[in-house]
Design a protein around this ligand. Structure first.
Ligand SMILES: Nc1nc2c(c(=O)[nH]1)N[C@H]1C(S)=C(S)[C@@H](COP(=O)(O)OP(=O)(O)OC[C@H]3O[C@@H](n4cnc5c(N)ncnc54)[C@H](O)[C@@H]3O)O[C@H]1N2
Ligand code: MOO
Length: 399
């Protein structure tokens, strides 16, 4: 049987093979100021209560609730940042949002409800705990502040700073080498001769590697020759955790990635039941994982989201990055599929109660515009006949 008539592998089986045996890389300690987007290597436990003491949620007057409903002397003024004195019994304290509650007080009356009469404060009835933010309301000592595998966003970095931490243990970023095959490919800035096209996959994939948490350690163009392809793959395997190639994985005699990979390491899987991206190849060279993306820009883009994203996630122990969010939506299009699952480029429009998937009108795998203009893949199973109004499952790309 010719290679190309072998049955196609499922996307699920390919992902399983790709992630099999992948463990998180080693940790490194870095400055929190440099840690945006990085993945926590270990759980972080809280060593401090936040807030560290009861404080006021409002500008107003602190008092013992049992003294409310009367006229009280103002015995101290507590600005935020000042340590309070114990409250003189039967009096109140002027204070502000964030000021510590003085010992002896258990509530705050907001200033709009307090009238000042000859330097005294008339305070309305106020309940115990009213307008008080309790010590440890946000974070309590000993609790798990953040879990290993968390990708550090603004709020998480704020929590670390709230503990007074300046450094954090994160997983090393996976090193990614990008190999772009094709004699026709020219770098932007160079003149374009007949028969040539600019290298759009390089810029696109470099950006996705960074977005998915990887560190781009090489970006190399590879001529269409078996020996060159093998040599560049061997060099890349020596320095990278992951090699991403584009082009040269189909069946033409200028397609050298697959045979070179077979000679240097192992081809785990080739040819998937998906569109675009059928000729995608997965393999290993030693401990380096190889994702062989097809050259068509859309096939590369879809392949990067479906395979490179979870692979880099697994290498960082970031479980959120293993799956894309699935959103059921109403199709605004008709389509038919045959034997391959189709990943249609679509825009999810949130319209009141409805979520509508608008398919980009041109779905050729050479039309990168379809990716730039959309924010989702509508996943159409094989042998389907979809009409407008049908429910389709979409993978959302804005997570
Ligand atoms: N006889 C067959 N031909 C093809 C088959 C097949 O099954 N039988 N599969 C088709 C499918 S599906 C795809 S996808 C492509 C994939 O081919 P390759 O991965 O070998 O990619 P290339 O042939 O090298 O390039 C395809 C296309 O993409 C352009 N390209 C490549 N690299 C870049 C880049 N860095 N920037 C922009 N554009 C790039 C290249 O010029 C080609 O037009 O094979 C089909 N053929
Ligand atoms: O499977 Mo290819 O990626 O459709 O053009």
């Amino acid at each position: 049987m010719a290679e190309t008539t072998l049955p196609l592998e499922s996307v699920e089986r390919a992902r399983e093979a790709l992630l099999d045996g992948v463990a998180p890389l080693e940790p490194e300690r870095i400055a929190c100021a440099e840690a945006a987007g990085r993945v926590l290597a270990q759980d972080v436990s809280a060593a401090l209560d936040v807030p560290p003491a009861d404080n006021s949620a409002m500008d107003g007057y602190a008092l013992a609730s049992s003294d409310s409903g009367g006229v009280l002397t103002i015995s101290q003024r507590i600005a935020a940042g000042q340590a309070p004195q114990p409250l003189v019994p039967g009096t109140c304290a002027r204070l502000f949002t964030g000021s510590e509650i003085p010992p002896g007080a258990d509530c705050v009356a907001i200033q709009e409800n307090v009238t000042l009469e000859d330097g005294l404060a008339r305070i309305p009835p106020t309940q115990p705990g009213q307008n008080v933010r309790r010590r440890g309301l946000d974070v309590s000592v000993g609790s798990r502040l953040l879990a290993a595998g968390t990708r550090l966003g603004g709020a998480a970095l704020g929590l670390l700073a709230g503990q007074g931490l300046e450094t954090v243990a994160v997983v090393r970023r996976p090193r990614v080498a990008l190999l772009l095959t094709g004699d026709e490919i020219v770098e932007p800035g160079q003149p374009l001769a007949p028969g040539q096209i600019y290298n759009s996959n390089g810029a696109m994939l470099a950006s996705l590697v960074a977005r998915f948490g990887g560190e781009l350690v090489a970006q190399v163009r590879v001529a269409d020759s078996f020996d060159t392809t093998r040599a560049r793959l061997a060099e890349a395997a020596a320095l990278a955790d992951v090699i991403v190639t584009t082009g040269g994985v189909s069946v033409g005699e200028e397609d050298h990635v697959k045979p070179a990979l077979e000679q240097l390491g192992q081809l785990t899987l080739w040819r998937l039941a998906m569109r675009p991206g059928k000729p995608l190849a997965l393999g290993t060279i030693g401990t380096t994982r190889v994702v062989g993306l097809p050259g068509n820009p859309v096939s590369s883009y879809v392949g990067a989201w479906l395979y490179l994203r979870p692979l880099l996630g697994a290498l960082m122990g970031c479980t959120d990055q293993l799956e894309l969010p699935r959103v059921p939506a109403e199709a605004d299009f008709s389509t038919r599929t045959e034997g391959r699952r189709h990943y249609l480029r679509a825009t999810l429009a949130f319209e009141g109660e409805r979520i509508v998937a608008r398919a980009y009108p041109e779905q050729s795998s050479a039309v990168l515009t379809s990716c730039a203009a959309t924010n989702a893949f509508a996943v159409i199973p094989p042998h389907s006949d979809i009409s407008p109004g049908d429910r389709v499952e979409c993978l959302w790309l804005e997570a």
